[in-house]
Write a protein that binds this ligand. Structure first.
Ligand code: ZN
Ligand code: ZN
Length: 645
């Protein structure tokens, strides 16, 4: 025990603070004595106020125990931040205890600052920092860094600047650790200019400096600067690679993210859980199922399966790549699930057309007392839409607001408009839009437009298009839909007028592009494409297939072809649609028995939809098509979208 241990003069328990019942107990003789000891042992780790600490402390002294058994961080925390009357006394009391243990005081305060800055209440770190200054304790570089971290979390630029001033006055300016936290603090508070300034003035930079700069440059969308920093830095660690990959994914550049990941593999850096989550998100966006599967194996190997976030992203990836079975597998194997896991799975089931199963899962989720959130409701409303459950959808929409206190957002309104439109209740859908408290978006009008097309309501279609073109005048897709609506109603002159309008406005139809992955290689097909090495065989095979389909009742829907050409020519133009080429390529090259997975940049057209349903029947293959709006899962002549998209 340290020689300076002289606590006997400190009053043990102030009578003011004493709990009378407990005092009675301490005066009693055994066997109650054990009770009192239990009480002290309990207090040793659970004291919540200085007077309780003093009880423990007097016990330590009486029994000649070492003060090192006291949890020092807690001592400092309770004595400096709890608010009984004599604050300073308590602070000094803590310092006396610190003196009695063989440890520099500043190290203990730093450790407390660190706990507070990274805990639930970073405000307390700032408070403690001011207390230290008040008691003339000079924080060191570590203390400054921790309190700067607290400022970053609180986005407190004002306090951050004060600490920065203190840092400079104290001569800590050149310390790399402090500089790194300053860069982070300014960037978090949205003052990237100040971060850049510090960065450029630094004599020495380490991997943390670069990682921080990269992350924040991506956050403000400057991926060029981010890449430049990455190329410039000497030593890179897994965090540097992850910052790049996550940055690209968040900016909607999944291809770059995946390329970066391949570079990382080449550099033989082992991905961690955060890396895996980012790459999986990129795979989901790209439909890169092969890489997603590889990552799944890696996750199992590294034991990341217990990480809920990893599993949630894995489910999302499988859903978006059209592998519902694998998504289910991951979901059911999870030991613990959050509302995100449930919502992702429900949403996945709904978009793949498994409305009933989505409902079952929704009930199970409630049974397990998981509170649905706004994403859950998007999923379940989607399911209603698929199943044409208008009443149920309305009930859930109301219950979301009334029973769950969730505000209806644009996605929920979109689901409702979709639900009405699908069911042919176009008037109701239109009225619903009028009652919305928020401005309808393109997606809302788009949902109604789908209804107008399917239920052949030309007048409303025209009105809806007006709104859509106001919102997105350059979106060629809307012109195409409108012209198709006219064509389907045999209003050829109007269809021609829309085409002229497109020309006048300089809008060109985005060429359809479909891709399929075979043996890890992405094959892309443009509409009318003849550039693929197997193009000749593909066209020949399609001609054969088309004959088989015609026997099954396929009639090419030439009304969809905008150009004025002969009927036979129109048929051929339809035959060159990119998704047909990709499917035929898949039939020729993908391993037998496996589903054929296609991604398309535009909505699937009606003719291809009919054709692919029949292809799935005559070939006995499952075809999963992910178009711009949704999934179509073709099997045995049916599609999961129930012919509505
Ligand atoms: Zn087509
Ligand atoms: Zn479909």
């Amino acid at each position: 025990m340290a020689a300076s241990f002289s606590f006997t003069q400190i009053p043990t328990v102030s009578p003011l603070h004493q709990n009378p019942k407990k005092t009675d107990k301490t005066h009693e003789k055994s066997p109650r004595n054990t009770d009192s000891e239990d009480h002290v042992t309990h207090l040793l780790y659970n004291f919540k106020a200085p007077f309780e600490l003093k009880q423990v402390h007097s016990h330590i002294i009486k029994n000649n125990l070492s003060p090192t058994i006291l949890p020092l961080n807690k001592v400092g925390h309770i004595c400096s931040l709890s608010t009984p009357v004599s604050l300073s006394n308590n602070f000094d009391y803590a310092r006396k205890i610190f003196e009695s243990v063989d440890k520099p005081e500043i190290i203990i305060w730093n450790s407390i600052l660190k706990d507070l800055a990274t805990g639930d209440n970073p405000r307390e770190a700032i408070l403690l920092f001011t207390k230290l200054r008040f008691h003339d304790i000079l924080p060191d570089t570590f203390g400054c860094s921790f309190v700067l971290k607290a400022c970053s979390l609180l986005l407190s630029l004002y306090t951050g600047k004060i600490i920065h001033g203190f840092v400079l006055k104290s001569g800590f300016g050149p310390d790399i650790f402090v500089q790194n936290t300053l860069i982070h603090m300014y960037a978090c508070c949205g003052v990237m200019g100040a971060s850049n300034q510090i960065f450029h003035k630094m004599d020495q930079r380490d991997v943390i400096t670069y990682n921080t700069m990269i992350t924040h440059n991506f956050k403000i969308g400057d991926y060029v600067a981010g890449r430049h920093l990455f190329d410039e830095m000497g030593e890179r660690n897994v965090t540097s690679w992850t910052a790049m990959i996550a940055g690209y994914t968040q900016l909607g550049k999944p291809e770059e993210a995946i390329n970066m990941f391949h570079e990382m593999e080449k550099a033989k850096v082992r991905p961690n859980e955060v890396t895996v989550v980012s790459v999986l998100s990129a795979c989901a966006d790209m439909g890169a199922l092969d890489l997603g599967r590889k990552l799944h194996l890696y996750i199992k190997r590294r034991g990341f399966c217990s990480n809920i976030r990893v599993c949630n992203t894995l489910i999302d990836m499988y859903v978006k790549c059209g592998c519902l079975d694998k998504a289910r597998e991951v979901f059911y194997e999870m030991q613990k699930r959050t509302v995100v896991s449930w919502s992702t799975m429900i949403m996945g089931l709904a978009v793949h057309g498994h409305g009933l199963e989505a409902f079952k899962l929704f009930d199970k989720m409630k049974e397990e007392n998981v509170r649905p959130n706004r994403v859950t409701f998007v999923g379940i409303l989607h399911a209603c839409s698929h199943m044409g459950l208008v009443e149920e959808g309305l009930r859930l929409f109301d219950s979301m607001v009334r029973d769950h206190g969730l505000e209806a957002e644009i996605e929920h309104y979109g689901c409702m408009v979709d639900l009405f439109s699908r069911s042919g209740l176009l008037k109701e859908a239109r009225e619903f839009i009028d009652t919305m408290p928020i401005e309808p978006s393109g997606a809302i009008w788009g949902a109604l437009l789908g209804g107008c097309r399917v239920h052949k309501n030309v007048e409303m279609g025209e009105e809806v298009i007006k709104h859509l073109l106001e919102l997105e005048p350059q979106n060629d897709g809307y012109y195409v839909v409108l012209s198709n609506i006219y064509a389907a109603a045999d209003r050829w002159e109007d269809a021609a007028r829309v085409r002229r309008l497109m020309k006048e406005r300089g809008i060109r139809k985005t060429p359809g592009c479909s891709s399929i992955v075979v043996d890890g290689i992405v094959h892309e097909f443009l509409a009318g494409d003849g550039s693929h090495p197997q193009a000749k065989e593909i066209y020949e095979r399609w001609e054969q297939l088309a004959q088989e389909l015609k026997l099954e009742g396929y009639v090419p829907d030439t009304s969809l072809v905008l150009l004025d050409m002969e009927e036979e020519e129109k048929e051929h133009s339809l035959y060159r649609h990119s998704e047909k080429l990709a499917v035929v390529f898949g039939l020729m090259n993908a391993p037998p028995g496996k589903p054929i997975r296609i991604m398309k940049n535009l909505r699937v057209c009606r003719d291809c939809h009919v054709a692919l349903k029949l292809v799935s029947r005559v070939s006995g293959r499952q075809i999963v098509l992910r178009d711009r709006n949704r999934f179509h899962c073709f099997m045995d002549g049916e599609c999961s979208c129930r012919d509505y998209w």
